[in-house]
Design a protein around this ligand. Sequence first.
Ligand SMILES: Nc1ncnc2c1ncn2[C@@H]1O[C@H](COP(=O)(O)OP(=O)(O)OP(=O)(O)O)[C@@H](O)[C@H]1O
Ligand SMILES: [Mg+2]
Length: 250
Amino acid sequence: MRQERSPAPFFSIRGLEKSFNNKPVLTGVTLDVEEGETLVVLGASGVGKTVLLRHLNGLLQPDRGEVRVRGVSLNDRDEEQLAELRKDVGMVFQLGGLFDSLTVYENIAYPLREHTAWREREISRRVGELLAAVELERSGKLYPAELSGGMRKRVALARALALEPKAVLYDEPTTGLDPLATRKINLLIRNLQRRLGFTSVVVTHDLRSAFAVGDRFALLDGGKVCFMGNRETVSRAEDGLMKEFVEAAL
Ligand SMILES: Nc1ncnc2c1ncn2[C@@H]1O[C@H](COP(=O)(O)OP(=O)(O)OP(=O)(O)O)[C@@H](O)[C@H]1O
Ligand SMILES: [Mg+2]
């Protein structure tokens, strides 16, 4: 009988260590993110969630250990190869990371202008689709300073999707938003993921948002993954910190 093999994980992180100025932040993170799933990384402020995320598209290099993307190691890739990788792995930055001097339209068009040879008509069509996907059809001419926090996050999301990445990394997509805007973003993340089927890693310290978008959950503490599970095992956690997270969210 033929042996069924499960497909290789999209991201495979092994023994990842990272220090800054001799201060250890990650001390051995080992984690797989399966193709097509939404993995949520939970953890207290300052624990290293953003640092971990930035290793997944090569914005940071490990001191020790390895990140593989679809089986290919990111160690020792040059900038050109990493730029290629970032077309496949889009990122929504914690503070949005929009260009203040560009309109919403131009912000979203930016990666298309950088990485494709499309004509203005094609760019305009694609930006229009993306604006519709994040419900900002009428906001193309506005500048980031004229947007609310939730709108800014949606523009950042549209920009991250412009090149049709195979994976999307979200750094705190709902932090600082009111409950309705939070709900809207969570629904958007869930629906886009379902429709387009990409792999997602969402960093948050908000368990409610985590449950709204995630399939599996990893809790980061002391530089390592201290808990890994699905909705059910998270809700039933007996382990100290995970249990505290769940209780704090009630
Ligand atoms: N480029 C850097 N240089 C020096 N220290 C850094 C750098 N990036 C991160 N750190 C340190 O690493 C630690 C973890 O930071 P990180 O931003 O990953 O936390 P976080 O879990 O994302 O927190 P938050 O929930 O507040 O966003 C912090 O102590 C931070 O000061
Ligand atoms: Mg962070």
